[in-house]
Design a protein around this ligand. Structure first.
Ligand code: ADP
Ligand code: MG
Length: 585
């Protein structure tokens, strides 16, 4: 039975490649890391695709370049210029060190390299074509200083891997996400992404982190961020976090880099969230961009081939410091105040490298009152939307007395029962029932008087583009006009004439963030999200009349006692129970 064989090198390389190169975005990540390690200041990522898939990735840098000998060596498995032995690893400052990436990519694709070393020594450059790990062409060519690597026919010889690729737009979204995270960690480099000849993303060289953020996500978001800072003897924290009003349904917008390496860490994301405490509802997450400088001795980067995960010593102290820094930043900032639009935008553009534009807050003294007033009108609109005629009352009669914490309606029943109604859960139930009913009647969409315009960062806009047909199934009419800009022209009828663009935006963002893929699940999710977003909020002040209308609407639903998530909408304390609590009778 001794059938043990030593695998031939080609097979070994293909297996090893599988760990590093999972999808087109992995190629982009490795090529960008190499370009950054080569001390480039400007990197162009040029992606081509046909309708179905990404067909070519080309990364051009103005870095150190390679001599002809180095170029050949670069494709050998475990050939690296970055470390000599394991001892070097504890102090490694470069993003690469395993010497695996180029060999892995070349094992499963066709790679063309053109490179010329910096500094005028060599007059000509080197051109190599490597296919399936074999160098099939080597020549001298005229070339600028720096390196261009083009990768085509990815996974041509590993059909199993190719089968697992997602739609073109999903793969593109992953590519954009990779560029975003590296751009955030490397403000010293200008990045430009072009897809089929169209520029999709561009960051300036070193205008400071805020400039990069503005380049990637728009000046609006950048302007609303709050700076964070903190330090321990072995750690420096710098970055920006969102105000509590700008939250997300999942933690994917918490970007963290450690010593220039963009990493995924649930512990750090949790620490950031912890810093917000109760400023955010339980299931919401902030947007955050954190840059950590940690003594390299405390960071083990050699955990997993794509290097997205790391091991940290003294993690407790580090996450504690992050939570404290976030908490402090929020406490020191006047969150209620809006920052003015125009002047700050100019500041962002004009900011000196490394300088943080500090918006001078201009607040109106009457702001809180105005906000409250606006709240009432919004609740009114939301309630009017769900008004119906007649129908059976499935709740006992009750008369509202008032509100507690602007969240629970207190009501009294005819028989002296005390009721507490969760206003959000209650209205969610009302909306949910209506959306379901109209959905089943195929009532379709309702046109918006003014289309809501969404201007999205490339990653999200690729996701939205993908989701347009799916959204159409649910009654959203969305079309793309211009680069990364979309118009929402109609919404599900049940959402009614939503005039609040924020609600439309949030509903769509929630839908995009949602992973469920099977149609019935998705339907259900859409209905839930629409119901949740359209419902009167917890924390909204309601007039006595609004309280009454809400209870009335709830009473006419088929299952008034729970919200669509199964949580109670109404709790009751009957007379006997109240008496019992006070030891009467
Ligand atoms: P690693 O980055 O782990 O060293 P790679 O396989 O990614 O391994 O690259 C192998 C070597 O090729 C690098 O160590 C570097 O010397 C060289 N190299 C790769 N890409 C570039 C580039 N864009 N510019 C200059 N040198 C490069
Ligand atoms: Mg590398």
């Amino acid at each position: 039975m001794t059938k043990i064989r030593v695998l031939d090198p080609d097979t070994v390389n293909q297996i090893a490649a599988g760990e590093v190169v999972e999808r087109p975005a992995s190629v982009v990540k490795e090529l960008l890391e190499n370009a950054i390690d080569a001390d480039s200041t400007s990197i162009l990522i040029d992606v081509s695709s046909d309708m179905a898939a990404i067909t070519k990735i080309r990364v051009t840098d103005n870095g150190e370049g390679m001599t002809p000998e180095e170029a050949v060596l670069a494709f050998h498995p475990h050939a690296t210029s970055k470390i000599r032995d394991i001892a070097d690893l504890s102090a490694v400052r470069t993003l690469g060190f395993r010497g695996e990436a180029l060999a892995s990519i070349a094992a499963v694709a066709e790679v063309t390299l053109v490179t010329r070393p910096r500094g005028g020594g060599a007059l000509a450059g080197t051109r190599l074509v490597v296919r399936g790990g074999e160098i099939v062409e080597k020549s001298e060519v005229g070339a600028p200083e720096g390196t261009t690597i083009a990768v085509e026919r990815l996974f041509y010889n590993t059909p199993a891997r190719r089968k697992f690729l997602k739609s073109r737009n999903t793969e593109l979204a992953h590519v954009y996400a990779v560029v975003e995270s590296l751009a955030l960690a490397h403000g010293e480099v200008a990045f430009r992404v072009v897809h089929n000849g169209k520029e999709r993303m561009a960051t300036q060289r070193s205008g400071g982190a805020l400039n990069t953020i503005a380049g990637l996500y728009g000046a609006d978001l950048a302007r609303s961020l709050v700076p964070v800072e903190g330090r321990l003897p072995f750690l420096a924290i710098r970055g920006y976090i969102s105000r509590p009003s700008e939250s997300r349904g999942n933690p994917s917008q918490i970007s963290v880099s450690i010593n220039g390496r963009s990493i995924a860490s649930r512990q750090i994301a949790a620490a950031v969230r912890e810093g917000y405490g109760t400023l955010l509802p339980k299931d919401r997450y902030p947007v955050a961009f954190l840059d950590l400088a940690i003594d390299t001795g405390l960071v083990d980067v050699n955990v997993h081939p794509p290097k997205r995960e790391i091991r940290l010593s003294r993690e407790r102290e580090i996450t504690g410091a992050i939570a404290a820094a976030v908490d402090e930043a929020l406490a020191g900032h006047d969150l209620a105040r809006e920052t003015p639009v125009e002047p700050v935008q100019q500041q962002i553009i004009a900011a000196d490298p490394g300088q943080v534009p500090t918006p001078s807050p201009v607040g109106e003294p009457g702001a809180p009152y105005t906000a409250g007033h606006r709240g009432l009108t919004l609740s009114d609109k939301q309630l009017r939307r769900t008004e119906t005629e007649g129908g059976e009352n499935l709740l006992p009669a009750m008369e509202p007395i008032g509100q507690v914490a602007a969240t629970y309606i207190v009501a009294e029943g005819a028989d002296g029962t005390l009721y507490l109604v969760d206003q959000h859960a209650a209205h969610e139930r009302v909306l949910y029932d209506q959306v379901t009913e109209q959905r089943d009647k195929a009532a379709g969409s309702q046109e918006l008087i003014t289309p809501v315009v969404l201007s999205l960062p490339p990653k999200e806009s690729a996701a939205l583009r993908d989701a347009i047909p799916l959204l159409a199934d649910e009654g959203f009419v969305v079309d793309e006009f211009g680069r990364d800009t979309f118009a929402v022209r109609a919404v599900p009828a049940a959402l009614g004439a939503v005039e609040d663009p924020g609600t439309v935006r949030e509903t769509i963002a929630d839908l995009l963030a949602d992973e469920s893929r099977t149609a019935p699940d998705r339907r259900e999710r859409v209905t839930c999200i629409v119901a949740c977003r359209g419902a009167v909020k917890a924390g909204a002040l309601l007039t006595p009349d609004q309280q009454k209308r809400l209870i009335m609407q709830l009473a006419r639903t088929k299952t008034p006692w729970t919200c669509p998530h199964g949580r109670p909408t109404v709790v009751a304390f009957d007379r006997r129970r109240l008496d019992g609590m006070f030891r009467r009778g």
